[in-house]
Design a protein around this ligand. Structure first.
Ligand SMILES: [Zn+2]
Length: 378
């Protein structure tokens, strides 16, 4: 009796063991593809978000910026159209003209092995000619793109204000486009902790974001405009639609913060190729309304590649900043670009350790503009 029971027990134990092995085996077999699927779904979701962003108007800045400069790289004559001679006197200010002239396309491209990066860096080398830069070289696209020496020569030849800019080298203006976002608060906290003032080129958002507009102003940063909707089709459809976008945003910001913004950044930059009218038409509107626009000559690349690490973002920026005299740095305040937030402390530390002065855009800031022109009434 006892023996039978033992044998029976042993048999049952074995059966239980087999059951367990089969069960665990099944679990492993079943869970592996499930985990893999979840992981892949996550990745697909991320990529879709990225794709939506890139395809949407909201994220087109960098792409159009790049594509327009890819085209410029291949066609130096295009500069003839874009860089018209400038005697810009917006607001009657006597700002030093921004000369990032030594930072030519060719130079920038030379120093970079990877073509994609080269495009980014080269783009940042678009020369900005501010006030007083009635340079014949400007209208000659070939000389600009092909030979940086021409630009240097012209600089020596004629621009008095260039000397001032040289003395004040090492100014860096951090700018954040497309916000406010869920990360604006974090960006503001980091800036506050470091006692650094920056510039935010914001778009129109609902009341959930009004506190960020207010914080930007209250904490001493510059609140700049970046159009109300950031939708290229709408924004650049006509002079009327452009004016409506600016007015709507300007009055929203004034209502919320009590401050009327007179600083603007073109979605896609002033050198964008999505505008349906010549950009000069819109610049004329800005001039008439005492609104200064600023492009950039240094960028992190955060909007084109969300997988860049914070270190890479800082390296991209510093590479440009070290080549420039003054730098306006393009970054993005977007909910899918958290690396920008993560990179900010490192960027500030690096800039400070290398002796740069970090400033918000104000009337003393250099007019760094990809396309610079006088109003049409000229
Ligand atoms: Zn933008």
């Amino acid at each position: 009796m006892e023996k039978i029971t033992r044998a029976e027990l042993a048999r049952r134990k074995r059966i239980n063991l087999y059951k367990k092995i089969i069960l665990y085996g099944f679990c492993v077999l079943a869970i592996t593809p499930i985990i893999t699927s979840i992981f892949l779904l996550y990745k697909i979701n991320k990529m879709e978000e990225r794709l939506d962003y890139v395809l949407s108007e909201d994220g087109g800045d960098y792409l159009t910026y790049r594509s327009s400069h890819d085209a410029l790289l291949g066609n130096p004559n295009a500069y003839g159209k874009l860089l018209s001679p400038s005697t810009r006197t917006v607001l009657g200010n006597t700002q030093p003209s921004t000369n990032v002239a030594e930072n030519t396309l060719e130079d920038a491209a030379k120093g970079t092995a990877n073509t994609e990066e080269a495009t980014e860096v080269a783009g940042s080398g678009i020369t900005a000619f501010g006030e007083g830069a009635g340079l014949p070289e400007n209208t000659d696209g070939n000389s600009l793109a092909e030979d940086g020496a021409d630009v240097d020569a012209s600089e020596e030849a004629g621009i008095e204000t260039a000397g001032k800019a040289k003395k004040n080298a090492k100014r860096v203006y951090l700018t954040f486009d497309d916000g406010p976002s869920i990360y604006t608060g974090q960006i503001l906290d980091i800036l506050k902790a470091n006692d650094v003032k920056a510039t935010f080129f914001v778009i129109g958002k609902d009341e959930n974001y009004y506190d960020y507009y207010r914080r930007i102003v209250d904490e001493g940063h510059t609140l700049g405009m970046h159009s109300y909707t950031h939708q290229y089709q709408k924004l650049y459809a006509s002079e009327e639609s452009f004016a409506a976008e600016i007015e709507e945003l300007q009055s929203l910001l004034a209502d919320v913060t009590g401050v009327e913004s007179h600083v603007f950044r073109f979605p896609g930059g002033s050198s964008n190729d999505v505008s349906q009218l010549p950009i000069e038409n819109y610049i004329a509107y800005l001039n008439e309304h005492n609104i200064n626009y600023y492009d950039w000559n240094a960028l992190s690349g955060d909007a084109v590649n969300a997988s860049l690490s914070p270190e890479q973002l800082v390296n991209n920026i510093m590479k440009d900043v070290r080549e420039n005299k003054d730098s306006i740095v393009l970054m993005h305040d977007l909910q899918n670009v958290h690396a920008t937030v993560e990179s900010l402390q490192m960027l500030i530390d690096t800039l400070k350790s290398e002796g740069y002065e970090i400033l918000p855009i104000d009337e003393n800031a250099p007019l760094i503009q990809h396309v610079s022109c006088n109003s049409v009434e000229e």
